[in-house]
Design a binder for this molecule. Structure first.
Ligand code: FJE
Ligand code: FE
Length: 302
């Protein structure tokens, strides 16, 4: 057994099982996303369906589109995005703010730039368990000033979901999930517990970090690292001379069958056929889509 500090809170650090670079691709209308989870090579990392690092400069965006069967988490890094849905729920999120949207049985909405310049952020799609797929839609929004933050010895964490350094997020997650935004100063060393049975990944936003094993090759921005199974946490080091910023996301896998048709994610083909039927006929949660078009996206040609 390797020797560890008496204060270790991670005894069996998880190793990096896979590393992928998220290259830019076009999505929505005139928007660019670096997709890591959800691309061909990594279709699903239970319960994660999509991870996009997006970049949107007007005139562009994600005009009126539906969702069913999962949650979307939008975490802003720069600029602002206005969302507007078919029930009249509307709002703008800016850098540091987040929106946790449980689409459940159905949401139709637009997500459009709300500021000059380029809007940047992360959007994560988290699958819902079969028994929650048709629940009422729900929004949880947290402004940057209300995001729980903690600092300790060269480490800063913003707790989007779950718990770190003794600080808890107010976000309620249907699928048990942790979402942590870490900044490590040069020389910083982190140990973060992760439940053993959870799937977890790291996505690097800025700088260069060493993950899992102190002797491994450093990883820089736009890379996703899938952590291997079994260990009880993440160990990370900033051995560079610049700030390191990354997110650590983990969740309990659902272990259920999955059939996806674009923004509809269900458990079998019959439920997907029913969903397409519901969407086309404005039924079972899509009633309000019949006469609705977003204002925000109306000046965008698509
Ligand atoms: C979508 C294509 C899309 N990533 N990141 C197809 F682009 C989208 C979609 C998004 C999206 C929105 C934001 Cl604000 C950020 C994103 C994909 O809206 F839902 C489907 N079906
Ligand atoms: Fe959307």
């Amino acid at each position: 057994m390797p020797q560890r500090k008496a204060c270790s809170i991670v005894n069996e650090p998880r190793l990096v099982a896979r590393k992928l670079l998220a290259r830019p691709q076009h999505e929505g209308v005139g928007a660019v996303v670096r997709r890591s989870i959800g691309r061909f090579e990594l279709k699903y990392f239970d319960p994660f369906l999509v991870l996009d690092e997006f970049s949107v400069t007007a005139p562009a965006g994600f005009p009126d589109h539906p969702h069913r069967g999962f949650e979307t988490v939008t975490y802003m890094l720069q600029g602002a995005i206005t969302h507007e849905d078919f029930e009249g729920h509307k709002g703008t999120i800016e850098a540091g703010d987040l929106q946790w949207m449980t689409a459940g049985r159905g949401i139709v909405h637009s997500e459009m730039p709300a500021a000059q310049g380029t809007q940047k952020g992360l959007q994560l799609w988290i699958n819902l368990a079969s028994k929650y797929k048709m629940i009422e839609p729900r929004y949880q929004e947290v402004l940057s000033k209300d995001v729980a933050e903690a600092e300790d010895d060269g480490i800063k964490v913003r707790v989007i979901a779950g718990e770190a350094l003794g600080i808890k997020s107010p976000i309620y997650t249907r699928t048990p999930t942790m979402f942590l935004d870490f900044s490590l100063k040069p020389g910083g060393h982190l140990q973060q517990p992760i439940p053993k049975s959870w799937n977890a990944f790291v996505y690097v936003l800025e700088g260069e970090g060493t993950f899992g094993n102190m002797k491994s090759q450093p990883t820089n921005s736009h890379h996703i690292l899938l952590l291997g199974p079994g260990g009880d946490g993440l160990e990370a080091w900033n051995k560079s001379s610049k700030l390191l910023r990354f997110i650590l996301v983990g969740a309990e896998p659902l272990g259920e069958p999955l059939v996806q048709f674009g923004p509809f994610v269900m458990n079998n083909q019959e439920e997907i056929d029913q969903t397409i039927d519901d969407f086309e006929n404005f039924a079972n949660g899509f009633e309000k889509a019949r006469h609705w078009r977003s204002e925000t996206a109306s000046d965008l040609d698509y």
